[in-house]
Design a protein around this ligand. Structure first.
Ligand SMILES: NC(=O)c1ccc[n+]([C@@H]2O[C@H](COP(=O)([O-])OP(=O)(O)OC[C@H]3O[C@@H](n4cnc5c(N)ncnc54)[C@H](O)[C@@H]3O)[C@@H](O)[C@H]2O)c1
Length: 366
């Protein structure tokens, strides 16, 4: 690389801490600017992470050193900020979901292609040691022929800990759109594209109460389903059952099991970068732990992969096409719960190349 790629972080809320902690330590990128609609937040995060500039979104997009915008705004603002970045000639990394709806996401990707800039999208946990190790093991025939998957995400919901949880119960979130990307991107990395889905959904409560921060005790409306049970058919022949629920006193998350002709593989939490694999082969009385290998550096590794891919003229892994497909899968799951029909999924993506166990975002590129 000729030098680090200049970044602007737009959206300096809860998750910006994890990104800024990591992105200010990876040598192939350099955070030059923090922006937020709330300029005090942007200033505070810039000071906390020794970022040289802070201010408005417009100032971030005008910054001549910024080549890529890391868009960490709430889902309703993802499309607007990303489109503005593309119009300013910047690459963009979006937090998930890519946009609120498929048509807007497709438009963003088309605009980016026309402007010759790239779109990447969370989750980059799929690049972590846990999921990449699972991918390698399955590709080497470690479970035989992959047949099916079972995923479970259930719990009481995030309003207890998130200080601004309203957006998590609005369009673009709920357990399906907020946490579905982790599970669906993992299955996409292993099985490939989905062809059709079916689902049922529920909403146990019409309002929720903020449990922490300055708004503690405030009540707000629930605008989306908070329980979704889905079935997915994969182009390569596999089937999956998926549960996404914030209507459960019992917490059980990060559950992904892939069953093949020879074994069942339990994959670590797809919302994390680390964790070991567990395998149970036909006839085994118990699980065998398989240590995972690879990068566990945390949020922001997808941005490093993008920076390196841009420099090398290679495709980046957490691509806009993959994110658009995952968005369509979620949108069609949501729709199926209303129509009562299987819904076809038509978008697709090029399978990203697996990462080697030696891939290291902390090592500067040659
Ligand atoms: N909180 C988490 O644990 C977590 C984890 C992974 C991913 N995410 C994703 O990260 C994104 C942000 O989540 P969060 O929890 O940090 O939310 P948040 O509400 O804590 O922060 C969002 C920030 O974006 C700013 N913002 C909103 N609209 C804007 C606009 N138009 N222009 C400029 N700034 C704007 C807000 O002022 C706020 O500071 C979401 O897409 C979420 O799904 C969050």
């Amino acid at each position: 690389m000729k030098g680090p790629l200049g970044l602007a972080v737009v959206g300096c809320g809860t998750i910006s801490n994890q990104y800024l902690k990591n992105l200010t330590r990876f040598p192939d990128v350099q955070v030059l600017f923090c922006a937020d609609i709330d300029k005090d937040r942007a200033r505070a995060q810039a000071a906390a992470y020794r970022v040289p500039g802070s201010g408005t979104v417009e100032a971030a997009l005008d910054h001549p050193g910024v080549g890529l915008v890391v868009n960490l705004t709430t889902p309703a603002a993802h499309a607007q900020i990303a489109a503005a970045a593309v119009s300013a000639g910047k690459h963009v990394w979006n937090e998930k979901p890519l946009t609120l709806d498929v048509a807007t996401g497709q438009l963003l990707l088309d605009q980016a292609r026309a402007a010759n800039v790239r779109v990447g999208c969370a989750p980059d946990t799929v690049l972590g040691a846990g999921i990449q190790s699972a991918r390698r093991l399955i590709a080497q025939g470690g479970i035989g022929t992959p047949l099916s998957a079972l995923t479970l995400l259930q719990g009481p919901g995030p309003e207890a800990w998130h200080p601004d949880p309203e957006f998590l119960f609005a369009r673009g979130a709920g357990p399906l759109f907020d946490l579905g990307p982790y599970y669906l991107s993992t299955l996409a990395a292993i099985f490939g594209p989905v062809t059709r889905v079916a689902a049922v959904s529920r909403q146990a409560r019409k309002t929720r109460t903020v449990g922490s921060g300055t708004k503690q005790g405030a009540t707000f409306p629930v605008q989306v389903p908070t329980y979704t049970a889905a079935l997915a058919d994969y182009e390569a022949g596999q089937a999956a059952q998926l549960l996404f629920s914030w209507d459960s006193p019992l917490s059980r998350q990060g559950f992904i099991e892939i069953t093949g002709t020879e074994a069942t593989l339990a994959i670590p939490d797809p919302n994390r970068f680390d964790g070991d694999l567990r395998i149970r082969r036909a006839g085994d009385g118990d699980w065998t732990v398989i240590p995972s290998a690879g990068a566990t550096a945390g949020r922001g590794v997808g941005v490093v992969d993008m920076a390196r891919a841009i420099a090398e003229g290679e495709p980046h892994r957490a691509s806009g096409d993959l994110a658009l497909h995952v968005l369509e899968v979620m949108a069609k799951i949501d729709r199926s719960a209303v129509t009562g029909q299987f819904e076809a999924v038509t978008t697709t993506f090029g399978a990203p190349a697996p990462l080697s166990a030696e891939w290291d975002p902390h090592a500067p590129s040659a």
